[in-house]
Design a protein around this ligand. Structure first.
Ligand code: SAM
Length: 471
């Protein structure tokens, strides 16, 4: 029985409620009056329920679709402005005891090169990432209690935060590791992680169990209830996601929003981020083996409908996607992207590219400098800011700021200052030129004269070599 407040996975992601929502959306997708009601509600910028958002996703009227896309853009501009937060994944270990059929880390894969970084190797990777200009990482590991125990992850986080190479520093470490215990989430919180990210892969229980035939990840409820345990352990920023291609996208979309509603209902705060990964080719994985692959157009529609449904949630797209798809997605609500990612273990300091330990192929293979330059040419403001986490603006405090549009007052100035740091320390001459021009324009947008003069003063300090590790 559907109950968003229940702590049981099968009640807050009630299968029948998902089916009923999809049936309701199908029954009303040509009902102009109902669509108008939902669009009018969406125009208030306060979000939609999973049923309402499912209706918009089901609707195939080109005129309505154009309105949804325009609204997604409008909502993104209202809450996030033109900022795009930058990050990179850091693969620590690809040892894994699970049997996930879409992931080349599955334990039966004897072909993939198994690697686990030592603390010295992590230091080298982090220096390579800092030398590109990265400040925010997402740690990735396979699930293996012997090779990758929580102590290894905690030690690695400590190592990462401790490295200050030239003007570099990793100021926020997000963590994407397998579902774990409240006690371990508490330890991650104490280690100072930013967001805890865990992709659901699929919300469809029967499919989930087939796609995860063996290993601890087989347990659907334990996996689906992980975010509640993370929040119980004190982590208030959690990141959701489904791996599109595994199940019917409309099922996943409705269930993903039900998960967000559940977190809001139980913990008073929805997901900090939602990621939008699609299954990619990998070592022994052929994405065409999965029947539910989605076109770029559907993918973009999902992103637009999500932006309209959860206006305050950060939305992430990775280098799994090509520059062309990423450009479209940025228009529709994406607020964070990765750049220059390597999905192999130790990939950032290899002298010669070696993908033998990689998790999947990346489609966007550009350098960080190229991505930053491209973003600015698209009219975006790349941000390396990590201040929210450092200043305690997490969980409901972040959401309260976001809901009152205050993020523009602190995030926009911080984005300008961290972009300036990037330009001074890492950018190529062309990127620097474009960036300085952009910064001059962005300063003019700051409405509050006090904040404006604070930023101007700071920019001079940065030019003189000072770095502010609080932003
Ligand atoms: N071991 C952790 C877990 O079980 O959640 C972390 C997972 S992994 C390092 C990060 C994510 O990569 C997975 O959650 C999955 O969604 C995604 N992934 C796995 N195989 C993939 C593939 N072939 N293409 C695209 N993404 C993939």
């Amino acid at each position: 029985m559907y109950d968003p407040k229940s702590l049981k996975a099968e009640e807050f992601i009630d299968h029948q409620e998902v089916l009923d929502s999809l049936a309701w959306a199908d029954a009303h997708k040509d009902d102009a009056e109902e669509i108008k009601r939902v669009m009018d509600k969406a125009r208030l910028h306060k979000g939609l329920s999973h049923r309402e958002a499912s209706l918009l996703l089901a609707c195939d009227d080109p005129e309505v679709n154009a309105q949804i896309f325009a609204l997604a853009r409008e909502i993104k501009d209202a809450y996030y402005g033109n900022r795009i937060v930058m990050f990179a994944p850091l693969y620590l270990s690809n040892y894994c005891v699970n049997g996930c059929v879409y992931c080349p880390y599955h334990y039966k894969n004897k072909h993939i090169a198994r690697k686990k970084l030592t603390q010295e190797e992590i230091e080298k990777e982090v220096i390579a990432l800092q030398d590109m200009g990265h400040k925010r990482l997402a740690l990735e590991t396979g699930e293996d209690p012997v090779n990758n125990p929580i102590e290894y992850v905690l030690e690695s986080i400590k190592t990462i935060y401790g490295i200050h190479h030239k003007n570099g520093a990793i100021r926020r470490v997000n963590v994407n590791i397998a579902a774990t215990t409240v006690e371990n989430y508490r330890k991650l919180k104490e280690a100072g992680i930013g967001t805890y990210i865990l992709f659901q892969e699929t919300y469809h229980k029967e499919s989930y169990e087939k796609l995860h035939p063996t290993g601890p990840k087989h347990n659907y409820c334990y996996h689906t209830e992980a975010m509640d345990r993370a929040m119980e352990g004190g982590i208030d920023d959690v990141g959701l996601g489904v791996l599109f291609g595994l199940e019917l996208y409309r099922y996943e979309f409705a269930a993903l929003l039900m998960h967000a509603e559940h977190l809001e209902a139980v913990h008073g705060v929805g997901p900090h981020t939602i990621s939008f990964p699609r299954v990619k080719h990998a070592d022994d994985i052929d994405p065409n083996a999965f029947d539910n692959g989605i076109s770029d157009d559907i993918f973009c529609k999902i992103i637009a409908c999500a932006r309209v449904a959860v206006p305050y949630t950060g939305m992430i797209i990775s280098t799994r996607e090509s520059p062309e798809v990423r450009a479209r997605a940025l228009e529709l609500g994406i607020s964070q992207i990765s750049g220059a990612s390597r999905t192999s273990v130790g990939g950032y300091c290899e002298e010669e590219r070696d993908d033998s330990s990689a998790q999947f192929d990346v489609s966007d293979q550009r350098t960080l400098d190229e991505v930053i330059c491209w973003l600015m040419k698209l009219g975006c403001l790349p941000s390396f800011c990590t201040a929210c986490y450092r200043e305690g603006r997490t969980g409901d405090r972040f959401m309260a700021l976001c809901k009152s549009n205050q993020i523009l007052n602190c995030c926009h100035p911080n984005a300008i200052m961290t972009l300036k740091e990037y330009l001074m320390d890492y950018a190529s001459p062309v990127t620097k030129l474009i960036g300085e021009d952009l910064i001059a324009k962005e300063i003019q947008k700051i409405p509050n004269p006090k904040i404006k003069s604070f930023v101007e003063k700071h920019l001079v300090m940065i030019e003189n070599g000072e770095r502010d590790f609080r932003i």
